[in-house]
Ligand binder design. Structure first.
Ligand code: ZN
Length: 308
């Protein structure tokens, strides 16, 4: 039983229009699912990722319009890293992000910056052999495009507290001091800890809500059993329509999810039209007439492509 790296990462935005513009136009991800938060269906959940919406590249956002500005503290993820394939891509992204007015920090083969709401992001030249997970974009050469997640970094006061659950239950291996990798048959992902700032965290715009690790369908129930056995107090298995989920908090405080690799985003939309319209999981479809008028209208990020 092995987790197949990162399934998705979910963060919070207070401004869906600006968020959509940044992640699709600037970073070149595809809007692969435009839906609502299944626990708070009056707000959006937007999924950005690779062309087919496969696990391993999906960054999702809940939109709480006008929410307070957040700040990562102990038990919260503070940086998300994507893989890029070539050192030359760092030069391309340096120019592209500087043209957007972003502050950049180059650290070796890493380029660090923040999204418009302060979420810590990074591109890293990766040496992995994992298959690239890439979206198309007319201004971004495919060789330079984001290739899916490399890693996340979280703040912790005492990261050793997480070691037993990470290693004995979840199958992570220590790469270095507070850096842990989990690797399945197809893909791996890294979870690393940095020492937490003194100030407490605030869950608001520009912060990460949770990280989901990927499980094949047939192993999902076993993960819940294993977590129960380890005293990790997982939720029951929740049907999220496009995947199934179990949630629990790891000992340093980060909210973890284990999500199934199927059935996937093409169960209700063809791959050509992913993300173009607002879709509801079937159990929430009855709420559409009530909810849709109150959501921020969003443009189709690809509507202008054919006119170029
Ligand atoms: Zn999730």
């Amino acid at each position: 039983m092995r987790l197949e790296g990162i399934h998705h990462i979910t963060a919070i935005t207070g401004d869906a229009r600006r968020n959509l513009d940044f992640y699709t136009r600037v970073l070149g991800l595809r809007l692969v699912k435009k839906t609502v938060n299944q626990d708070v269906p009056s707000i959006y959940q937007l999924f950005y990722g690779e062309e087919g919406g496969e696990p391993g590249a999906s960054l999702t956002f809940f939109e709480y319009p006008g929410i307070q500005v957040g700040r990562a503290g102990a038990g919260m993820i503070h940086r998300i890293s994507w893989r890029i394939g070539l050192e030359q891509a760092l030069g391309f992204w340096t120019r592209r992000l500087r043209d957007e007015g972003l502050e950049l920090e180059r650290v070796g083969m890493r380029l660090r910056f923040r999204d418009p709401e302060g979420l810590g992001l990074e591109l890293v030249v990766s040496e992995t052999v994992d298959e690239p997970l890439v979206a198309s974009h007319p201004d971004i050469p495919p060789d330079f495009a984001l290739q899916g997640f490399d890693s996340v970094r979280a703040y912790a006061r005492d990261p050793e507290r997480s070691r037993p659950l990470l290693t004995e239950t979840l199958g992570f291996e220590r790469k270095s001091d507070a850096v842990w990798e989990v690797r399945g048959e197809e893909r791996g992902g890294v979870f690393a800890y940095d020492s937490a700032p003194v100030e407490y965290g605030i869950q608001g715009s520009g912060t990460v809500h949770h990280i989901a690790w990927a499980s094949p369908m047939h192993e999902h129930q076993n993960w819940q059993d294993a977590l129960l056995g380890a005293g990790a107090r997982p939720t029951s298995i929740i049907d999220r329509f496009w995947f199934r989920s179990i949630y629990f908090r790891e000992p340093s405080g980060a909210l973890f999810e284990i999500a199934t690799t199927g059935p996937g985003f093409t169960v209700d939309e063809s791959i050509e039209h992913l993300g173009e319209r607002l879709v509801f999981p079937s159990a929430l479809e009855r709420l559409r007439d009530e909810i849709e008028p109150s959501l921020t209208p969003l443009p189709d990020p690809r509507a202008s492509w054919s006119k170029r």
